[in-house]
Design a protein around this ligand. Structure first.
Ligand code: TYM
Length: 335
């Protein structure tokens, strides 16, 4: 708790441009929860180092991510939006928690297995301990709630296990966080291979909608979405994954329930439905894109918020890290 409010924590990797999956699975929920909680949102640039980054575009992407958070509706004067790498407590607690995490637990992480298969030439130790740094992010802020997409469920579970283990040895040090994985947007699939998650790094440009795609591009990608040989707009994730994914996208964007979407398009063909999905997505993204462009031009405003929020994040993270040091018996600094 900070004051009267529970704490919410989340973040995204600072690589590439955000996808519709990132938006509907996480960012949109963050915005809807932000008034109720004391919120911390990280630009997770340390996590991005598990892949080789080109320094100039990495720096640009991180700033663009910061601006997208704000453009989506998170007020940086009310929410602590900050860069992970600006708060050294993340890496420090990450190391400490490495010493309380078993290799057996990390070996089970499906994302590590997937990413190792995808980047066989760079299976680094950071990729392996990625979930521990993520646990440090969350636990530093005594977090109650972590809104994420479904692919992060296992990482949340290991975070809870590490926190519980630490508390069991040292008393009540960390709040045990709950995952918030909710709504039709929790798992948005590729438009080209709807059995797979929509991802930033998909090689097929038609598979992924990016938040900065213009209206025509969004509509074209929706029109080309892979569906099936039937004609009925009906939700069945197993037999009709393509159509079901489009229903989920439409439902997450408009707030209508799945069966209401089925009814709305009853008797209409896939063509009309795909167009409606594309238009709804483009309409949702338009104000965000407009605000994004304004923010990217207002250097002084963003810089000011980044500076203030770095300090705020450092304050809360420092408090937890000092508590952890004390519990562990690390010698206090002599002042
Ligand atoms: P990242 O950058 O991979 O994903 C950011 C958020 O977007 C969600 N997401 C999706 N949701 C629905 N459908 C999809 N296709 C889809 N693709 C991505 C993810 O679930 C995530 O919520 N490890 C985190 C970053 C992180 C973090 C943290 C999150 C680092 N430390 C602490 C929460 C708390 C990640 O992979 O983000």
């Amino acid at each position: 708790m900070i004051g009267e409010k529970k704490v919410l924590y989340s973040g995204m990797q600072a690589t590439g441009t955000l996808t519709l999956g990132n938006y509907l699975g996480a960012l949109k929920n963050w915005v809807s929860l932000s008034d109720e909680y004391e919120c911390f949102y990280g630009v997770m640039d340390l996590h991005s180092l598990t892949l080789r980054q080109d320094p100039p575009s990495f720096r640009k992407n991180a700033r663009s991510l910061y601006a997208l958070y704000v453009a989506a509706g998170l007020d940086p004067e009310k929410n602590c939006i900050y860069y992970q790498s600006h708060v050294s407590a993340h890496a420090e607690l990450g190391w400490i928690l490495d010493c309380f995490t078993y290799m057996g637990e990390l070996n089970r992480m499906t994302q590590f297995k997937d990413k190792s298969a995808k980047h066989a030439d760079n299976i680094n130790a950071g990729l392996y301990t990625y979930p521990v740094l993520m646990a440090a992010d969350i636990l530093l802020y005594q977090t109650d709630l972590v809104p994420v997409g479904e692919d992060q469920k296992q990482h949340l579970e290991i975070c809870r296990d590490i926190a519980g283990r630490f508390n069991h040895i040292f008393g009540d040090v960390f709040t045990i966080p709950e995952a918030y994985i909710s709504g039709p947007g929790a798992r948005i699939m590729s438009l080209q291979e709807p059995e797979r998650k929509m991802s930033k790094s998909d090689e097929n440009p038609n598979a992924t909608i990016f938040l900065l795609d213009d209206k025509d591009t969004v509509i074209r990608k929706c029109k080309r979405a892979v569906t099936d040989s039937e004609t009925q707009i009906r939700y069945d994730a197993e037999k009709k994954p393509g159509v079901s994914n489009l229903i989920d996208i439409y439902s997450a964007v408009t707030g209508k329930a799945r069966d209401a979407v089925e009814q709305e398009f009853d008797g209409q063909g896939y063509g009309a439905f795909k167009l409606a999905v594309g238009e709804a997505v483009a309409a949702e993204l338009k104000p965000l894109q407009q605000r994004y462009r304004e923010l990217m031009e207002d250097k002084a405003y963003l810089d000011g918020r980044i500076r203030e929020n770095d300090d705020k994040a450092q304050y809360f993270a420092g408090k937890t890290l000092r508590k952890v040091h004390k519990k562990l018996g690390l010698t206090e600094r002599i002042r």
